[in-house]
Design a protein around this ligand. Structure first.
Ligand code: PLP
Ligand code: TYF
Length: 397
């Protein structure tokens, strides 16, 4: 049974962890995987999370199965975070939220649901996008196409290309959109331009599927949800995949959610029943711990405030690293204007390094980045940034 099995290709991002681990050099730096590290180079345990966990452990609560759609208080809190506490959608009977295994799990639930229940076979992702978008939807049986997004000449958004690309897709295509802090480019869509994107999507009957994995890493929790809220105001039916891996630094607990906004109250019960079927036939019901912790933080004012402060600290540290990197690259003799790194948002920078330059960074300096040139700015700290800037300068010359 196993003899015909061939080696699968490595994940282009997670595969870097193995190469990094095998590197014996003391000064090695991993700018590959999108994880927030603190100034000490550690994955932080947020104080708000720790407080919620301590309270939870002290409860010595039993561990029954959860409902298929997960913890109700968590699902409701996710909706408030996405749409805002005053959103009319919260009471409109048009929202379905299911706790998921991270943002990845939310995308997979949505992919399976749309295929089985809406007959969807085509999905469009941005060019470029998070590599796993393509992989998840291909594995779910979709044809994956790309719409223009990033313009390497301006290091910015190719808005006209994007709008035309969306117009050129067959009507009713599922369109994956990064709600904020685009992975991998760090280039976001301005609010005035989101209006144009929504307009085309509406005209074409496309199915918007928003991916929000970095809420709080761009400007703040509210502003980073602005695109989601614009879609909410449009009256369209759409889907949202939330991930709390980064914003709560809870990567391994797999905390995410799929939210579906139906077009009318009548649609909600059948959609929920079919979503539960997708869940039941995949993993039955989700784990308890991460959702309990996140729900406690989101629903306890003190902890929420604490969390917002900690998110702000992470965001500010990344911003400091961006300006510092730009300054250090210039000081190291890089003649081209690298200030775009400072304009980009979220954890990543599309540095403009070529695959060859990225390979040299790893070979000659033990500095690992994604071959697309994406670097995780959140992995920089005052201890490694000089080495990174000097190495980047060396390969850019
Ligand atoms: N979507 C995007 C754009 C991401 O960058 C990530 C990163 O991990 C995810 C989804 C998946 O999140 P999770 O780790 O919670 O599955
Ligand atoms: O883009 C990243 O680095 C993160 C982490 O298959 C990640 O989103 C990377 C690859 C992958 C799963 C998560």
């Amino acid at each position: 049974v196993f003899s015909p099995v061939e080696m699968a290709p490595r994940d282009p991002i997670l595969g870097l962890n193995e190469a990094f681990a095998a590197d014996q050099r003391a000064g090695k730096v991993n700018l590959g995987v999108g994880v927030y590290y603190d100034e000490a180079g550690k994955v932080p345990l947020l104080r708000a999370v720790q407080a919620a966990e301590e309270a939870r452990v002290a409860e010595h609560a039993p561990r029954p199965y959860q409902p298929m759609e997960g913890l109700a208080s968590y699902d409701a809190a996710v909706q408030r975070l996405l749409f805002g506490p005053d959103s009319p959608l919260l009471d409109a009977g048009r929202l379905i939220t299911a706790q998921s295994l991270g943002g990845t799990g939310a995308l997979k639930l949505g992919a399976d649901f749309l295929q089985r229940q809406a007959g969807k076979r085509m999905v469009a992702i941005s060019n470029p996008s998070w590599e796993n978008h393509r992989a998840i939807f291909e594995a779910a049986g979709y044809d994956v196409v790309a719409y223009p997004y990033y313009d390497p000449k301006t290091h910015g958004l190719d808005l006209d290309g994007m709008l035309q690309g969306l117009r050129d897709l067959p009507d009713g295509t599922v369109v994956i959109l990064h709600a904020c802090c685009h992975n991998p480019t760090g280039v976001d869509i301005a609010m005035a331009d989101w209006v144009k994107v929504i307009d085309v999507i509406q005209q074409k009957g496309h199915v918007p599927f928003l991916d929000i994995a970095y809420q709080g890493f761009g400007s703040n929790l509210e502003d980073d949800a602005a695109a989601v809220r614009l879609f909410a105001e449009s009256g369209l039916a759409f889907l949202v995949a939330s991930s709390f891996s980064k914003s709560f630094s809870l990567y391994g607990e797999r905390v995410g959610a799929l939210t579906m906004v139906t077009a009318s109250q009548e649609e909600t019960a059948p959609v929920l029943s079919q979503l539960k079927r997708v869940i039941r036939t995949n993993y039955s019901n989700p784990p308890t711990h991460g959702a309990k912790v996140v729900a406690a933080v989101l629903t306890t004012p003190d902890l929420y405030q604490q969390w917002e402060v900690e998110l702000g600290e992470m965001r500010d540290r990344i911003r400091d690293m961006r300006s510092s990197l730009v300054a250090k690259l210039a000081a190291a003799g890089v003649a081209t204007d690298m200030s775009f790194i400072q304009q980009q948002r979220g954890m990543f920078s599309y540095s403009g390094l070529t695959a060859e330059q990225v390979a040299r960074l790893a070979d000659e300096f033990g500095i690992y980045a994604v071959s697309s040139g994406r670097i995780c700015v959140a992995a920089l700290n005052t201890g490694n940034i000089d080495a990174v800037a000097n190495a980047m300068a060396a390969v850019l010359k």
